[in-house]
Write a protein that binds this ligand. Structure first.
Ligand SMILES: Nc1ncnc2c1ncn2[C@@H]1O[C@H](COP(=O)(O)OP(=O)(O)O)[C@@H](O)[C@H]1O
Ligand SMILES: [Mg+2]
Length: 234
């Protein structure tokens, strides 16, 4: 998929207006152009508040407010946003899971609810769920209870992978991940990245955002509310 000159504006927040800003609109994204390829991991890098989440929301068709300009092409054709949203998964930075469920059971029921209209047999359904759990290396925790963050059950790093697998059960062609590695220590980052790579290798379009503070400081552009540079995909 590719996108060109994406602009996104919102109505000026009252707090900023009260400080004497005359304009009625706040430009959040300005002329953002790029492309994502299947089977290749694309990272959106930038400081906090650079606009990464907003860009992914716009591209994934999740925005309900504001003013969007610019075009999105899928396989060379202008995108129908609703179709694109249907084939896209979106992993939020911090997701909310029910605490009292068991990992595998929860994924099976989710898979059932997202694929009601297809006539998959029970055996195939279970096989599919087991496959996606293996992809994110959660199969060892299939009988674990999700629990409460920081109190019981899965660790922060396991939860990050749970966010990914919850989206994967819907078998999306594209998957957006908002800061899948933020708040994790180095070893946990390596595991999450490995599972993200496994997902990429299934031939999906995978886009993840990453906070600049978690990357090497020298190799990255200085903070500014615009696209500073881009590198070849890989
Ligand atoms: N509806 C909105 N009202 C006010 N400000 C907004 C709105 N949407 C986005 N912004 C602004 O857009 C900027 C970028 O935010 P975001 O996409 O969350 O950045 P990132 O994900 O890179 O940390 C922030 O400075 C935020 O204040
Ligand atoms: Mg963000």
């Amino acid at each position: 998929m590719s996108f060109a000159k994406i602009n996104y504006c919102v109505n000026m927040p009252v707090e900023i207006k009260e400080k004497g800003m005359a304009e009625n609109k706040l430009q959040v994204l300005k002329d953002v152009t790029g492309s994502f390829r299947p089977g290749i991991l694309t990272a959106l890098m930038g400081v906090s508040r650079a606009g990464k989440t907003n860009l992914m929301d716009v591209l994934a068709g999740r925005k309900t407010g504001g003013y969007i300009e610019g075009g999105i092409l899928i396989s060379g054709f202008p995108n129908n946003q609703s179709i694109f949203a249907r084939i896209s998964g979106y992993c939020e930075q911090n997701d909310v899971h029910s605490s009292q469920v068991i990992v595998r059971e929860c994924l099976i029921s989710l898979h059932f609810s997202v694929s009601l209209r297809n006539s998959m047999t029970k055996k195939r359904r279970l096989k599919f769920v087991d496959e996606v759990m293996e992809l994110v290396e959660l199969h060892n925790l299939k009988d674990s209870i999700v629990g409460l963050p920081g109190v019981t059950g899965l660790s922060t790093e396991h939860r990050k992978r749970l966010i990914i697998v919850v989206e994967l059960v819907a078998n999306p062609s594209n998957i957006f991940m908002d800061e899948p590695t933020s708040g994790l220590e180095a070893r946990a980052v390596a595991i999450v990245i490995r599972t993200v790579r496994n997902t990429v290798e299934t031939g999906r379009i995978v886009v993840c955002s990453t906070n600049r503070e978690t990357m090497s400081q020298d190799s990255l552009p200085s903070p500014h509310r615009r696209t500073q540079n881009s590198a070849s995909l890989g």
